[in-house]
Design a protein around this ligand. Structure first.
Ligand code: IMP
Ligand code: MG
Length: 176
């Protein structure tokens, strides 16, 4: 284990099982349909790469990058750093998100995509329910975790630790 990690919260086996279960549900709901998997950069890239390989409908992939953690984002306001390359009108869009914290990012993003004419659902690997500030409908939810700062499997602290194959709790002394 990485010496800056206090505890492994979700190990590789559990991650794989969680992703498989999410994919199974999406496969059942979208059988015979087309899906655009919208990967929210950068945190959900590893999750999305695993998820998309388990999807079996017609699927395309696009990417967005939106305002980052602890920014001044308020619900309804969204800073878009990178936008999709295709029209979303009439498309079945599944947003792949790494983790839902306050829920503000996802709420604003969902509203924007609906305005663009997409049928939007959310697939999130992790959620911290204790931190929720706004109501959002997450159809495909992986694991609920306690209010701890976690890294790995795509999630970062200051752009580091994305490469860890598990989800770990970062030692407090690392960010103080
Ligand atoms: P929200 O808008 O408050 O829900 O923020 C969600 C975003 O914050 C996620 O997409 C992550 O990028 C980031 N985030 C929230 N919690 C964590 C964490 O524990 N570790 C790393 N990034 C996090
Ligand atoms: Mg993120």
């Amino acid at each position: 284990m990485n010496s800056e990690i206090r505890e492994v919260l979700v190990d590789e086996k559990t991650l794989a099982k969680t992703v498989s279960e999410l994919a199974e549900r999406i496969n059942a709901d979208y059988a015979g349909k087309s899906v655009l998997l919208l990967v929210i950069l950068k945190g959900s890239m590893i999750f999305s790469a695993d998820l998309v390989r388990k999807l079996n409908m017609k699927v395309s992939i696009d990417f967005m990058q939106v305002s980052s953690y602890r920014s001044s984002t308020v619900a309804g306001e969204l800073k878009i750093l990178k936008d999709v390359q295709t029209s979303l009108e009439g498309k079945n869009v599944i947003i792949a998100e790494d983790i839902i914290d306050s829920g503000k990012t996802l709420k604003a993003l969902t509203e924007l995509l609906k305005k663009r004419g997409a049928n939007v659902e959310v697939c999130a690997l992790l959620s911290k329910p204790d931190r929720r500030e706004v109501d959002i409908d997450v159809k495909y939810q992986g694991l609920e975790i306690p209010d701890e700062f976690v890294v790995g499997y795509g999630l970062d602290y200051d752009e580091r630790y994305r490469n860890l194959p598990y989800i770990g709790i970062l030692k407090k002394e690392v960010y103080s």
